[in-house]
Design a protein around this ligand. Structure first.
Ligand code: SAH
Length: 241
């Protein structure tokens, strides 16, 4: 079972969306988590967790001794230590698979305010992982993003492993996004009267033809993620056609 221990000032943020659907059902079988309130490990009567940044910079930082108290207090010894941080390596599917395959506990340290005193990060050997090049107010949603991506990759969590075939960013495909996908209705007439029809080849049931069609349709996509063109395999006719 994959166990996540989370150090946060807002434990009530968890399990959040991890308490839904497939991920929820897998809890206690394939994975589990505990969100620990770092404030309990604060200093003195007032349980202080932060202090001003040294130097001219404004803002507050979580103190390193609070992180130390928390790690000791929860008894985390062996396992992977991750600090969610915009300065870290950006999370990708490769990293997700590596974390899912590693047979170890994961400690997730969530920053708030201006972050965490760097000494705590370096001293305890936290690996820094970002979920993208933008700044959040805190790492709680970032931790949940990482957890959800890792949990769905744990063997057994998603019953039908066919779901992983052709999945975007799967390691076999390098950094590739999957083909466009469509379902019923095959001919969708929008409320404005536009008609969007799924190409008949995709509905033909001829797997060879479909594969060829998708290969051609995917031309140019691999270069830039997000350049997917909806009209590649759905013919769009407008009222004026
Ligand atoms: N002053 C910091 C940002 C602090 S944001 C800086 O400029 O780097 C407060 C906390 O939110 C961070 O310590 C981190 O734990 C979390 N956070 C913010 N953006 C994030 C991101 N893109 N990925 C992961 N964690 C993030």
């Amino acid at each position: 079972m994959k166990v996540f221990e989370i150090l946060t000032l807002f434990p009530e943020a968890f399990p959040g969306t991890l308490d839904l659907s497939i991920i929820k059902n897998a809890r206690g079988v394939y994975w589990d988590m505990k969100a620990h309130d770092m404030r309990e490990y604060g200093i003195g009567k007032h349980k202080i967790v932060d202090d001003e940044v040294f130097s001219h910079l404004p803002g507050m930082l979580i103190r390193p001794d609070v992180v130390e108290n928390a790690i000791e207090g929860i008894g985390f010894e062996k396992g992977r230590k991750i600090f969610l941080s915009p300065r870290g390596r950006v999370l990708d599917q490769r990293k997700v698979e590596e974390l899912a395959n590693a047979n170890e506990k994961i400690l997730l340290l969530c920053g708030r305010y201006e972050g965490i005193d760097q000494r705590a990060i370096d001293y305890f050997g936290f690996e820094e992982v970002s979920i993208g090049n933008y700044i959040l107010c805190g790492a709680e949603v970032a931790a949940m993003v990482l957890m959800e991506a890792v949990i769905r990759k744990l063997p057994g969590v998603i019953g039908n492993s066919a779901s992983f075939v052709n999945e975007s960013f799967a390691s076999e495909h390098e950094l590739e996004i999957s083909e466009n996908r469509y379902t019923r209705p095959a001919i969708w007439t929008t409320k404005k009267g536009d008609i969007l029809e799924v190409d008949s080849i995709l509905r033909s049931g001829d797997h060879k033809k479909i594969e060829l069609f998708q290969k051609n349709g995917r031309k140019g996509i691999n270069k830039g993620i997000g350049e997917q063109n909806a009209s590649v395999s759905a013919r769009i006719r407008t009222k004026t056609d």
